[in-house]
Design a protein. Structure first.
Length: 142
């Protein structure tokens, strides 16, 4: 009798979790492009500390970041594994994107409306607006 309860305890949750409709899931592919000739570096932070995602850099125009997720409610911060991102230009200027403040307003890496959407792919291009919004570092940006 005890075996049956144990079996039910493990099988019922498994069946419930595996029965949701796949059409309820959402797929999101994020791409970040460097639209400038500058060298850029992206640093990812969670709760003020470096996140599990390593920093990424790119010299000149092209794709800097590409990743995605398929889930019931895809969130950008889950894909980035971060709640803030620093965009560093030529190790001289820095622009910080913050999840909870949706900064910079109207042009945040954490805001889907700042991305160009084509199907399941959302593309953000770092451009002159980002560079102009970045503040100079006192010495090299680290």
């Amino acid at each position: 009798m005890k075996f049956i309860y144990i079996l039910i305890y493990f099988i019922v949750p498994f069946l419930v979790m595996s029965c949701w409709h796949r059409e309820m899931e959402e797929t999101v592919n994020l791409i970040i492009n460097n639209g400038l000739d500058n060298h850029i570096e992206l640093k990812f932070f969670k709760n003020g500390l470096p996140s599990g995602r390593k920093s990424i850099s790119r010299l000149g125009k092209g794709e800097v970041f590409s990743d995605g997720d398929t889930n019931m409610g895809v969130q950008i911060n889950g894909i980035f594994e971060a709640d803030s991102i620093e965009v560093i230009f030529d190790n001289e200027r820095i622009e910080t994107h913050k999840l909870f403040y949706n900064e910079p307003v109207g042009n945040s890496l954490f805001d889907f409306s700042s991305y160009e959407k084509k199907g399941d792919t959302h593309t953000y291009t770092i451009d002159q607006k980002n560079y102009n919004n970045a503040t100079p570092c006192e010495g090299p940006c680290y």
